[in-house]
Design a protein around this ligand. Sequence first.
Ligand code: SF4
Length: 885
Amino acid sequence: MAAADTPQLILNAPLVAARLGYPDLSGLDLLELFAFIHPARFLVPTPKGLAHALELPEAETDDAVPRLLQDAAGALLATCDSEGWAEREGAWSALQSLAKLRWPWAQVLAPHIRRPDRAEKWLFARLPEWEEAPERPQPAQVTLDGDEVEARLDLLTGDGAERREGQRDYARNAARIFGPRQSRHAPNLLLSQAGTGIGKTLGYLAPAALWAERSQGTVWVSTYTKNLQRQLRRESRRAFPGAERKGEPARVVVRKGRENYLCLLNLEDALQGGFGGRAAILAQLVARWAAYSQDGDMIGGDLPGWLGTLFRNRAIRSLTDQRGECVYAGCPHYRKCFIEHATRASAQADLVIANHALVMINAARGRDQAQRPARIIFDEGHHVFDAADSTFAAALTGAETIELRRWVIGPERGTRGRRRGLSARLADVASYDEAGARAIAAALEAAQALPSEGWLQRLHDGAPSGPVEALLGAVRAIAYARDESGGQEAGYGIETEAAQLDGNFMELAGQAQVALAALRHPLIRLGVRLDALLEDPPDWLDAQGRARIEGARHSLAWRIDTLSAWEALLEKIGGASGEGELVESRFVDWLAVDRSEAREFDVGIQRRWLDPTQPLAKVVLEPAHGVMLTSATLCERGPAGEDWQTAIARSGAAHLETAPMIASADSPFDYASQAEVLIVTDVKRGDIPALAGAYARLIEASQGGVLGLFTAIRRLRAVHGRIVDRLARAGLPLYAQHVDPIDTGTLVDIFRDDPRASLLGTDALRDGVDVPGHSLRCVVMEQVPWPKPSILHRARRAANGGSAHDDRIIRARLAQGFGRLIRGKDDRGHFIVLSAAFPSRLLSAFPPGTPVLRLTLEEALQRVAASVCLSEELRLDEPAGQDEG
Ligand code: SF4
């Protein structure tokens, strides 16, 4: 009632609203104020984080938090009054717009932000333009000497650093991928296992920097998680000094998929009325951020991850270029575009930090040679298989096909925005080239056969329109008829294998295939016309026009590829024979209805490679000169010790002509004294109250610092709901993925920042969390992490040794989860699995020497509590200033 009456000072309104069960809560959110005053600045969105960011004393107790919030508001307003406010430029103009939008803070801020003497530069005038640069020549052929590599490593680790033999060997091995390649299609390939704590990042950055310097070539370092990408950005500054010198090409560039970056044209649309209500306020705050952002990266870059959840995440997404709508040189902001900046800078850079998916996509369809990675270090290399799996997948679904329709046709009745279809994008081509104009017209007509607005509703109503919708209607009907996964009741997605499909389905598939081919043909013809134009350019084609046509040609090529993949999928669906079993068995196809909380959002046919390392080897590895896959869990530890066969198979190496080089470096940590694995045998599987009770008591015993890992969101929510209040009353905050309206990156930041906090989550937390020190002292898995019994899993299981395949997956997951626990030489902790029947054959997942105990919950609690007491004593004994830092 108080909040509804008078605007209150709040920190993170959506989170408070969720906790109170009062979704309409709003007020003066300090996070919004912070985002306005200090755009692009890091902040952990908690009272403690706010105090740190503003250099205020922390609140000792919860009771002191309201006072802190008032002080924080005062400090932020005082910043606006001060001369030294670094982000003043643009604030006054933005505030005028925000006042019109009735942003609650606008009135409060108005007296504190003085009108500037001269008109402020508007965002789009302020951003720098990129310069054209000549292509880099081929890199020189260089062989690195092991001693030189070690010397470079010494330089990076610093004079005073202790000599780490494991790291030196690791660096020498990494250098081997940079040697000249001996034959075509045979890259120098190294699989390198590096136990936690080896110092692998500097271990590979040392030879990479040396090679880049000598050869004048580019090294790509690829990660799977955003977290490692952030860490690499920091560490690469040491390896590439002067990486960000003003006025010179950047030596280190972070590259992500285009869907991560702010699209200035979308932002302009949003600012000029494309967004309404709260989303319009968000657009203003994003514009403030864009003026101060390092690179315009909205997802995991310097835009605070919490900003999206304060408003609506979808609004953030719609400011990026999600679906390749970019009009390239046809865009008024082309020369300032963040994406173009990153793309161009990476062609000149010594080191490009990217992710696995982007590396694979660039290898497959990089715009030119300079964009194709030839020397690649895949860190988190155990995920290369998964990344290849999704990169080389085909999905003929409603969401995908309607996007293609929009790309071809452009805005239709009832749609807003600046999307432009082929004919608008290539109007000049059409008026100059008759054959091109005919191809565009034919494509437009053929695209009418693709799903249009309202397709999902029509599927529901049994009234599909056009051949592709008709096929999707049949997919949906069969999926509901046959799915036995239990997902129907639980509200999850449902699926069924693409087999035993009847004549009616096959007929619909055939008609859809014809419709897709009818679209592909004119697109191919158009591509030929564009090529001809580029080859023999008419007088009117200036540099801008040329860039636009090149852009169109590029995106045309991958739409044609997508259509071909869909047609191939329909050609072979349902066990049709033809080229024989061999072709059939390369793929796994299934029919799926994607749902979230029982709400359908996509329907279609999915295709995966049974072994996605086949296309990986062909498209990524073979054209490369040097590739390294590295990780702490690259190579499996089976009961008989290290097993490289799986690592070789999952890296794609098995499909190359030459054998890979192999190296392994053990972790320097003393797991026998630093960690204990506790297998709790008296929490019954499926007993949610008992599971929740176990979590609560473990969190109490360890006084927070628990990372709880779940294999099902449903159980995570059930456990969280039962214990969150009880723990909060004990001063032990509990956060959870899929429950709290906070993005995962921010959840981890909060967890890292507060040693009394605990965090529950699923897959992403098992592998992407780096929380060294006291904040993480206990990892608790709710049960043995069995793989999800999907259609895809069943096929791979059958092809890869049945239960042995399952065991490999579980061991890998256990090893990854365990890997979160001990990140530094002084870390200590427990890895707990709540499982009455934990098979002994899985124990080899843990590093050799780690003690494993099977015990009751009561005994486990005692061990956890005792170790908390011990580490408290040790921490109190520790002389000041000895922190590992
Ligand atoms: S060039 Fe493309 S991505 Fe960049 S701002 Fe313009 S439309 Fe957006």
